[in-house]
Design a protein around this ligand. Structure first.
Ligand SMILES: C[S@@+](CC[C@H](N)C(=O)[O-])C[C@H]1O[C@@H](n2cnc3c(N)ncnc32)[C@H](O)[C@@H]1O
Ligand SMILES: [Zn+2]
Length: 289
């Protein structure tokens, strides 16, 4: 099974009015006449300004996506990816089954969604992200991934109950919208960093701190879903200076730090260092099904 770009119209909705989308010249339109362009690479552009939130988010830059792909490709977060994939597979096989759509919110270049689809050959994947670069790479990354740009702070441009699974890995996603798009019995798999995640870099480089209790906070924000599984990946991995810099610049710290300064600070330390990985993966299930 291979997705063609137009398959995305089965699950995507207009980000302005949530109306269904029909293919038109150059893209797709809803019945209210909102037009959305399809890029020549095949993905729909659904990133629109949400009321009260200013300009649409543009997400990660090419440099950040490069850093993420290098870091993930080197295997430093393999245990996290395995925990996300295992949680999605277990959650889906229990119900609602291994067909239908898995929707990856702010999925970046598609590393996690691709692994879930490899494990479940009957599923299709939709990846949404604000970053054009990430969406282009995700679209190319797997034959069953379709991708679209979207600003997920307010609305998720997906039909009601259309997602058998939703992935939310180090990613934003409005709770009410997650509950709306999940199918009856569908599962949300969320990966949330713990305060000690990457602490060997957070402390010396004064990076953004992760507050404690974020997994509980997420569960509390989703009263319509029931927590069915939780696991925390805790391990140390050995990274060289380049990978340590990638760990900093593949996330939001990239907007607050200068690469040359971080590299100079890392150069003053050892060539390789231990890096703590501490990430909680929670599975929540929608009622029904
Ligand atoms: C820390 S990365 C995680 C990417 C992916 N889930 C992974 O774990 O590999 C966060 C992602 O959120 C995207 N992003 C940031 N703000 C967003 C928004 N408002 N709407 C949609 N995506 C957003 C970024 O472009 C980036 O790809
Ligand atoms: Zn519309």
């Amino acid at each position: 099974m291979t997705n063609t770009p137009a398959d995305d119209l089965a699950i995507l909705r207009c980000p302005h009015c949530l109306g269904s989308l029909q293919a038109v010249d150059g893209g797709a339109s809803c019945s209210a006449g909102h037009h959305h362009d399809r890029a020549k690479q095949g993905y729909l552009g659904l990133r629109v300004a949400a009321r009260g939130l200013g300009a649409p988010a543009t997400g990660d830059t090419a440099d950040m996506v490069d850093a993420r792909e290098r870091f993930q490709g080197a295997g430093h977060h393999d245990a996290v990816a395995a925990a996300v994939c295992d949680a999605a597979v277990a959650g889906l096989l229990a119900a609602p089954g291994d067909e239908g759509w898995a929707v990856d919110l702010a999925g970046g270049p598609g590393w996690h969604l691709g692994q879930v689809l490899d494990a479940l050959p009957g599923m299709r994947g939709l990846l949404l992200d604000a970053s054009t670069v990430a969406v282009r790479r995700a679209q190319r990354s797997h034959p069953r991934i379709v991708a679209a740009t979207a600003d997920l702070r307010a609305r998720i441009p997906v039909g009601d109950g259309a997602a058998a699974a939703v992935l939310k890995v180090f990613a934003p996603g409005p709770p009410a919208e997650i509950q709306r798009i999940l199918a009856p019995g569908g599962v949300l798999v969320a990966a949330i960093p713990e305060p000690e995640h990457h602490r060997e870099l957070v402390q010396p480089l004064k990076l953004l701190k992760v507050p404690a209790g974020k997994a509980d906070e997420l569960v509390a924000s989703l009263p319509g879903l029931q927590e069915v599984a939780r696991t925390t990946v805790r391990e140390t991995v050995r990274v060289d200076r380049a990978a340590a810099a990638d760990a900093v610049f593949m996330g939001p710290n990239a907007f607050h730090q200068k690469r040359a300064e971080v590299e100079a600070a890392l150069a003053a330390g050892p060539e390789t260092r231990e890096l703590t990985v501490a990430v909680t993966v929670v599975t929540l299930r929608a009622p029904g099904g």
